[in-house]
Design a protein around this ligand. Structure first.
Ligand code: ATP
Length: 221
């Protein structure tokens, strides 16, 4: 029998980090780990995009991007990898993924979509972006080179209406926007791809396991 206190404990928030991860790097991992710690998340689900609707065809296969995400997250018991978008033949829309997770995890679990400021600024271009707030909270991390005041008017009005402190995330399943601070890391997958093309080292920008995978499979050359 569960105690009354246990029954009243709200379900623990689940973080979701989507991305192309082309390749995964310490900017992603540091964002996820800081979110887990400072937003009190039980778990962070890494969800590599299959055929991304917003960008050019990735330089490596979806299966290879997925393999690198698995290698990079393997040592953290609070991280898990969701391969659903990679395996799906249809485009990767975040609203569809959130609907699936909501079904799987239940109506009361707080879901927290983790994004860097650059991704947040682009939100109004996402498929049915207004529905995101019915499905999840959004937590925005700082990223060098991008500033929140660059928000469009439509995003600004959502931000003004939904802005909350991180503690609010565990009090409802969806609908708030919070900002959280991470140690700024000026690392991007674009930069990693161009370094490799120029035959430069990317060690210490990505986990060693990812660097070794890139070397072994001769990716991004
Ligand atoms: P690319 O350079 O190919 O556009 P990227 O490095 O931005 O890739 P993505 O996979 O597109 O990586 O990013 C996934 C998510 O991680 C996005 O929400 C993005 O804002 C965030 N992110 C990536 N790198 C950083 C970083 N260095 N600091 C903060 N957030 C980051």
């Amino acid at each position: 029998m569960m105690s009354e206190a246990a029954l009243q404990t709200p379900p623990l928030a689940q973080g979701i980090l989507g991305g192309t991860f082309d390749p995964i790097h310490f900017g992603h991992l540091h964002l996820a780990e800081t979110a887990r710690e400072t937003l009190d998340l039980a778990r962070v689900h890494f969800i590599p995009a299959g055929s991304p609707p917003h960008r050019d065809t990735p330089a490596v296969s979806a299966a290879q991007r997925l393999a690198m995400v698995r290698l990079a997250t393997a040592s953290n018991p609070a991280f898990s990898v969701d391969d659903h978008e990679v395996m799906s033949p249809s485009p990767s829309y975040t609203v569809i993924t959130l609907e699936r997770l909501r079904q799987a995890l239940g109506a009361s679990v707080p879901l927290v979509l983790l994004v860097g400021v650059d991704a947040f600024l682009g939100l109004p271009s996402w498929h049915q972006w207004w529905r995101l707030f019915d499905l999840a909270h959004i937590a925005v991390a700082n990223r060098p080179g991008y500033q929140l005041p660059q928000m469009s008017a439509e995003l600004q009005s959502q931000f003004n209406a939904r802005m909350a402190m991180p503690a609010a995330l565990n009090q409802s399943p969806a609908g708030k926007i919070v900002c959280f601070d991470i140690t700024p890391l000026s690392i991007s997958a674009t930069q990693i791809r161009s370094l490799i093309k120029a035959r430069r080292s990317v060690r210490y920008l990505c986990p060693d396991t990812v660097v070794d995978y890139i070397d072994t499979h001769q990716l991004y050359r």
